[in-house]
Design a protein around this ligand. Structure first.
Ligand code: PEP
Ligand code: MG
Length: 898
């Protein structure tokens, strides 16, 4: 029989799929004998059943009642018992943590009677009414769907009437009055009364958590994080403990090390006389944990010991939520904590040093995306000038943008291409779209564990929070600094999330230390820890990866950079870039030539220029393979624009002048060559087969460059690649020509030149006939840009802007197939071509040189598909090295790549 409810004593962290992350970790802490208030978990399976059928699965409510009875018996009190009520919290908890996305309801069990009982039993009337108003507020928003702003307005109005700075200064009478106001708000907004039955409160809260799985914010978050939509959430129901019982009580959040930098040591925020939600909401300013040591030494020491227990048990940074109730510490939540990219590298390295994890495990805990983030520039400290304000460095990095004061404005301006900084007093889950759209988030309230900080870190977004010296006025859309400077919406500011500073204007940026290290092998002083950690991770990855990493480069500068970044060759040298600039004239002459002699003259003029290109690149990559691709794009791309030419000629004629005959000749040629679908037209190998002399010139340039480099004592390793082949016959003809020219140059120079000849696999037909094509190809390189374009029938230059956002919204795919390889379709062609190509030629060398070669997720696919190398942009090389190592690791090790 299916069970839908588990007691905390029954589960453990291995049951996270069923119990959700929060529930599984509460069970794990219970198992570790940490002080966890008792409770039970309604499973994700119950949620899935509810979402499918719209009704509670059979038996669920009976099980909930049984577990509730057990909880009541152990507490010696009943839920909502009028003279001394047992109260419960109800929280969501999916398999993957979704910060701020799902809602919590505290103090379930309070009603107009039991609030009086709670006041008596606790001897604290204010506390009882404060708890009741929290319940009505949370239940009103989460379960009954009332706009939270209405409750906040009522609270603000009451504070103003009483002339008190914060909620702590409201007394029991004030709070009782607030409860009445809140209940009226609910009735006015929904036509329903706040339910007085504790059992109904519990039941509705559980179902509301289920429903919130499909809330808009939750769906947005899942899409961003690629979390499947069908997992569902569990619900944890737990006995309440109270942080709002007076000055000897409070709530806090703690990390076993600094989640921003990775530095070791206890770290967190504490708020006395408050419940957990107040800490993250940034309603009042928190104090650092060190302050708790002074306030309540015993609880602090106990907390420290528990954090140690958790870190060595989980062998990773943990974050926890805790509450102190009249001097007694309770652990309310733990999980492996989110962290910045910098912290993830630093912590992984430190845990190896501390022998808590193996070097292989440490590699599984860092990511290519994180490394890419660390390669971004930071502000130049010597040139930022006077700061406008300081706050907490909540999520590192440097960002510049125009100030906006709400999420909608951030989204609107970002969609128009503007860079923006979202400035709020504090953020809530409603601000999520604006945070996604913004370059940085700046808040005037809240600690490093506030919503803004947690979410920004998760997104890798720059964040400064708790900049208290700023007065943020959302209504009039401006903020004021301590010295009275007024910053209006639209003003450009710079936000330094590493230092916690905000500067006026666009501050100049400097390269990152990680980038400097990758470029030069040298380490700066400021970030030695993270640079060491990155170096160590790359070493580790290089030691185990099977995929080689090459770069796409077509200048000697890019080639040299790629080499410094660790590229093991060039996987794609696009020769079309060598046909631009001043050389365009020669290309024009070649295209316009009407006689063999005229064409040969143009080709002869191009030859030495091409040769020099190849000499420089082969020199930069001396000893490493350089895959040179023969010309790919349609020739008209090298001619002037047809409309421009036609207008020029027409304007000249309109003035009564005779048009330049060269222009007329060009227009004729452009019109002749015009294609409706040039990407499917005369390009790639087709050009080589129909434009006389072109391939011969390019191959001669390559061969002569090889000769020259050999004579200079170098080790040139040129490989010749034919683009856009669809049939083996095309390749056979082109290859014959290539070999003929290689033989001629060998003969002329007396130096034997032999270059492997291979092809791109970038058309479905090429993939489907790869077994035949391999008869003529010594290597394959998947051109996954074209292969994606032609498999999906998506014009790669048009579709992303035209309709991809709609496709992403509608869930046709979770990521653009031009960014992350579509395994199901394009990937299947890749797999087929690898298998059939190698069946013909077992030593066939196979790589990929489309954009996907630098995409972390796709790198894992190419590893699994058995490729020999990936080739990506020079800047992508370190990321690809790291991910290739992680891919090799996940074959043998259990690694959680999320
Ligand atoms: C490809 O199609 O994936 C490729 C690398 O070639 P290009 O982008 O130059 O068409
Ligand atoms: Mg291509």
């Amino acid at each position: 029989m299916v069970r839908y409810v588990y007691d905390f004593h029954e589960g453990g962290r291995d049951l996270a799929d069923l119990l959700g992350g929060k529930g599984a970790n509460l069970a794990e802490m219970t198992r570790l004998s940490l002080p966890v208030p008792p409770g039970f978990i309604v499973t994700t399976e119950a949620c899935r059943a509810f979402l499918t059928t719209g009704a509670e699965p059979e038996g669920m409510s009976r099980e909930v009642s049984q577990h509730l009875t057990a909880l009541e018996e152990s507490a010696g009190r009943r839920l909502g018992q009028p003279d001394d009520p047992l109260l419960l919290s109800v929280r969501s908890g999916a398999r993957f943590s979704m910060p701020g996305m799902m809602e919590t309801v505290l103090d379930i069990g309070l009603n107009d009677d039991s609030v009086l009982g709670l006041a008596k039993a606790s001897g604290n009337e204010r506390f009882a009414w404060d708890s009741y108003r929290r319940l009505v507020q949370m239940f009103g928003t989460t379960v009954m769907g009332v706009d939270s702003a209405l409750f906040e307005q009522a609270m603000t109005f009451l504070k103003e009437t009483r002339d008190v700075p914060d909620d702590v200064h409201l007394d029991a009478n004030d709070l009782a009055q607030l409860v009445e106001t809140y209940k009226n708000v609910i009735h006015l907004e929904t036509g329903e009364y706040f339910p007085q039955s504790p059992a109904e409160q519990l039941r509705r809260a559980i179902l509301a958590v289920f429903e919130s799985w499909n809330g808009e914010r939750a769906r947005l978050y899942r899409r961003r994080e690629h979390i499947p939509d069908d997992l569902g959430t569990a619900v944890t129901v737990q006995r309440m403990v109270y942080g709002n019982l007076g000055p000897d009580s409070g709530s806090g959040v703690a990390f076993t090390r600094d989640p921003a930098t990775g530095r070791a040591g206890l770290y967190g925020d504490y708020l006395s006389n408050a419940q957990g939600e107040d800490v993250v909401a940034g309603i009042r300013n928190t104090v650092p944990l060190a302050e708790l040591e002074r306030l309540d030494t015993r609880s602090y020491r106990e907390l420290r010991a528990h954090l140690r227990t958790l870190e060595s048990h989980y062998r990773d940074l943990c974050d926890i939520e805790f509450t102190i109730e009249r001097g007694r510490l309770w652990m309310l939540q733990t999980r492996v904590g989110k962290r910045t990219a910098e912290a993830s590298f630093a912590i992984a390295a430190e845990l190896v040093d501390e022998e808590l994890i193996t070097p292989a495990e440490s590699l599984a805990r860092v990511s290519g995306d994180g490394l890419a983030r660390l390669m971004f520039p930071r502000f130049d400290a010597s040139a930022t000038g006077e700061a406008l304000a300081h706050g907490l460095p909540a999520s590192p990095g440097a960002a510049v943008g125009a100030v906006v004061f709400d999420s909608a404005e951030a989204v609107r301006r970002a969609a128009a291409g503007e860079k923006v900084v979202l400035v709020r007093q504090e953020t809530t889950p409603d601000d999520l779209p604006g945070m996604v759209a913004a370059q940085a988030v700046l808040t005037s309230r809240g600690g490093k564990t506030s919503h803004a900080a947690v979410v920004a870190r998760g997104m890798g977004k720059v964040c400064v929070c708790g900049a208290e010296e700023l007065t943020v006025d959302i209504e009039v859309r401006r903020f004021t600094t301590r010295d009275g400077t007024v910053v209006e919406e639209g003003t450009v500011i710079s936000v330094d999330g590493s230092a916690g500073a905000v500067y006026p204007g666009a501050a100049p940026l400097v390269d990152s230390e990680v980038m400097r290290y990758l470029e030069t092998g040298e380490q700066g002083e400021r970030a030695a820890g993270v640079v060491d950690a990155v170096a160590g991770a790359l070493r580790q990855a290089d030691g185990i990866r099977r995929l080689e990493v090459r770069a796409n480069a077509d200048t000697p500068e890019d080639a040299a950079r790629a080499r410094r970044f660790g590229a093991q060759g060039i996987g794609l040298c696009r020769t079309e870039h060598m046909f631009l600039g001043e050389r365009r004239k020669l290309v024009e002459e070649m295209i316009l030539a009407t006689t063999d002699a005229a064409r040969d003259r143009a080709l002869d003029a191009l030859l030495p220029l091409q040769r020099q290109d190849f000499i420089s690149i082969l020199e930069a990559m001396n000893g490493l393979p350089v895959t040179i691709r023969l010309l790919d794009p349609p020739l008209h791309e090298f001619l002037p624009d047809r409309t421009e030419l036609a207008v020029r000629i027409a304007a000249t004629e309109a003035r009564g002048d005779t048009p330049d005959p060269h222009d007329t000749e060009l227009l004729d040629a452009v019109s002749r060559m015009h294609e409706e679908n040039p990407m499917l037209g005369l390009r790639g190998v087709r050009l080589g087969l129909v434009v006389p002399g072109l391939v011969a010139m390019q191959v001669r340039a390559i061969a002569e460059a090889v000769v020259e480099r050999t004579r200079a004592g170098g080790s040139p390793e040129a490989e010749i690649m034919v683009p856009l082949v669809g049939a083996v016959e095309e390749l056979r003809i082109e290859r014959d020509e290539v070999e003929r020219v290689l033989a001629v140059v060998s003969e002329e120079s007396g130096i034997p030149v032999s270059c492997p000849v291979g092809t791109m696999i970038e058309l479905p037909r090429a993939a489907l006939t790869a077994g035949r094509i391999a008869e003529e190809a010594e290597f394959f390189s998947f051109g996954t840009n074209d292969l994606t374009q032609t498999t999906w029938g998506f014009s790669r230059d048009d579709v992303e802007a035209a309709f991809f956002s709609a496709y992403l919204d509608k869930g046709v795919f979770a990521a653009s197939p031009f960014e992350t390889l579509d395994r199901e379709g394009v990937g299947r062609l890749v797999g087929l071509a690898v298998a059939e190509g190698r069946a013909t030629r077992p030593d066939l060398k196979i790589g990929v040189c489309g954009e996907h070669g630098g995409d972390p997720e796709s790198v894992h696919f190419f590893h699994t598909a058995g490729l020999d190398y990936v080739s990506c942009s020079p800047f992508g090389v370190p990321v690809a090295r790291l991910e290739a190592g992680r891919a090799a690791l996940s074959e043998t090790e259990e690694s959680d790549s999320r």
